[in-house]
Design a protein around this ligand. Structure first.
Ligand code: LLP
Length: 429
């Protein structure tokens, strides 16, 4: 679900008129719905309740401290991939003992920090990393809890950049090699083998690859359980969301014609599919959702700066750019774009590109998109931008980062202030 809808012909997030938020904080501006995030978290938590479990929110999807605090207060654990993410979780009041530390290239400094903070586990992706963690733990006179990340080699229908569970990807240890790595690890003085982890990719909208991967890895999990008494099996994240026609309520219906609704994998369908094979391993199960919790909970608000026609093409040049939301440029991903002031059903529609001010042809949000006739100054909402939106933003073209706001019911607050030009050069020597 999400909490963006037209009310009195204005797009609202929960009970807040988005035009008001843009008026107050300016654009480009990310707005998140606290209610949507909590609803997704609670529904996943309830669905997986038949199993002993931890929901480790993948911090990389949206790491603003206000979002982390919201989830920490709801009882979430965290999947982190850097010392910086651990630092953020702690700053948000999260518990390090509920953090799993993933990533193929952890630094010495990051491993030390995570050991000091006593994270729940290190998800180890290579033998070289295992050796490093053993040595660092020894030098600190402590033991490191380690889970092996295995690569189940399953095919996933998603963008090639975000598929991670094929043998040609850099992630994890090959399944047929994992038992041998564990045997080595078991002899290390400062390593405790505590679990098995996998993650096959992101934006996956069918249950088949999840089930296939779990079934492939389960025999190894059972073997390591009996040999080393491991405590958990983490099945990673990856559940997809709907980007097309995610927009469902309002009095007019022009947007429904834009793109065909895609099949959505619901939380319940996902859990119903993975529960049976997971029940059999009789261990604690970890889930690492990112996009599923926050993706549909955020929009990027941007204003139309100029309208322009060149040859046969029409362009709406908006004040957000690829530096604010890079997903269309990087993955050619589709994001629904709607005016904040609801167009009437009879509004004429125009085919146009919606582009940013950055000096690259790849700086677009939509191409040949049918939009209602736009005017300069119109406020647009780029939908489903709550995951991998702000976190992938940059200062490219020396543009200050976008700001972020959080809505709860009829209240909204700024959770990241706008950078100044002074901020852009602040760290330069
Ligand atoms: N666990 C691990 C080990 C991961 O690598 C990831 C995501 C997740 C969990 C969370 O996956 P999710 O539930 O969000 O699909 N920037 C890309 C997505 C990159 C995903 C990276 N890993 C995008 O904008 O689509």
């Amino acid at each position: 679900m999400h909490s963006f809808h037209y009310r009195d012909s204005q797009l609202h997030c929960e009970d807040v008129d988005l035009a008001q938020v843009a008026q107050e904080f300016g654009t480009p501006l990310y707005v998140y719905s606290a209610g949507t995030i909590l609803d997704h978290y609670q529904r996943l938590d309830a669905a997986i309740a038949p199993l002993d479990h931890l929901i480790c929110y993948a911090v990389k999807a949206n790491s603003n401290r206000a979002i982390l605090k919201l989830l920490a207060d709801a009882g979430a654990s965290f999947d982190i991939v850097s010392g910086g993410e651990l630092f953020r979780v702690l700053a948000a009041g999260g518990d390090p003992a509920k953090c799993t530390f993933a990533g193929v290239g952890k630094s010495h400094e990051e491993i030390e920090y995570a050991l000091e903070q006593r994270v729940y586990s290190f998800n180890v992706e290579s033998e070289a990393e295992l050796d490093d963690i053993d040595q660092i733990a020894a030098s600190k006179g402590t033991r490191a809890p380690v889970a092996l990340r295995v690569n189940p080699d399953v095919d996933v229908a998603t963008h090639e950049y975000i598929s991670t569970g094929k043998s040609e990807n850099k992630f994890g240890i090959a399944l047929d090699h994992a038992a041998a790595v564990c045997e080595r690890a078991a002899k290390m003085r400062n390593i405790d083998i505590v679990g098995v982890q996998m993650h096959i990719g992101s934006q996956i909208n069918e249950t088949r690859p999840f089930v296939e991967a779990i079934k492939k890895v389960a025999p190894l999990v059972l073997e390591l359980k009996s040999k080393y008494g491991i405590k958990f099996f983490s099945v990673g994240g990856g559940v997809g969301i709907v980007y097309e026609s995610s927009f469902v309520s309002g009095s007019s219906s022009w947007w429904k014609e834009q793109a065909p609704a895609r099949h959505q994998l619901s939380i319940q369908q996902y859990v119903d599919a993975i529960l049976p094979p997971l029940r059999e391993v009789k261990l604690r199960i970890l889930l690492e959702p990112g996009r599923l919790l926050v993706g549909n909970a955020g929009v990027l608000l941007t204003r139309v700066r100029y309208l322009k026609q060149t040859g046969r093409k029409k362009f709406a040049i908006v004040d957000a750019g690829m530096n604010d939301l890079i997903r269309p440029a990087l993955y050619h991903s589709y994001h629904e774009i709607v005016p904040v002031a609801e167009p009437s059903t009879s509004t004429k529609r125009d085919e146009m590109d919606i582009v940013g001010p950055v000096c690259e042809t790849g700086d677009f949000f939509a191409r040949d998109r049918k939009m209602p006739v736009l005017r300069e100054g119109d406020l647009l909402a780029i939908m489903s931008a709550g995951a991998y939106g702000f976190v992938m933003a940059s200062n490219y073209n020396s543009r200050p980062l976008p700001v972020e706001a959080l809505v709860r019911g009829d209240k909204f607050e700024l959770i990241r202030k706008r950078q100044t030009w002074e901020d852009l050069i602040h760290d330069e020597l």
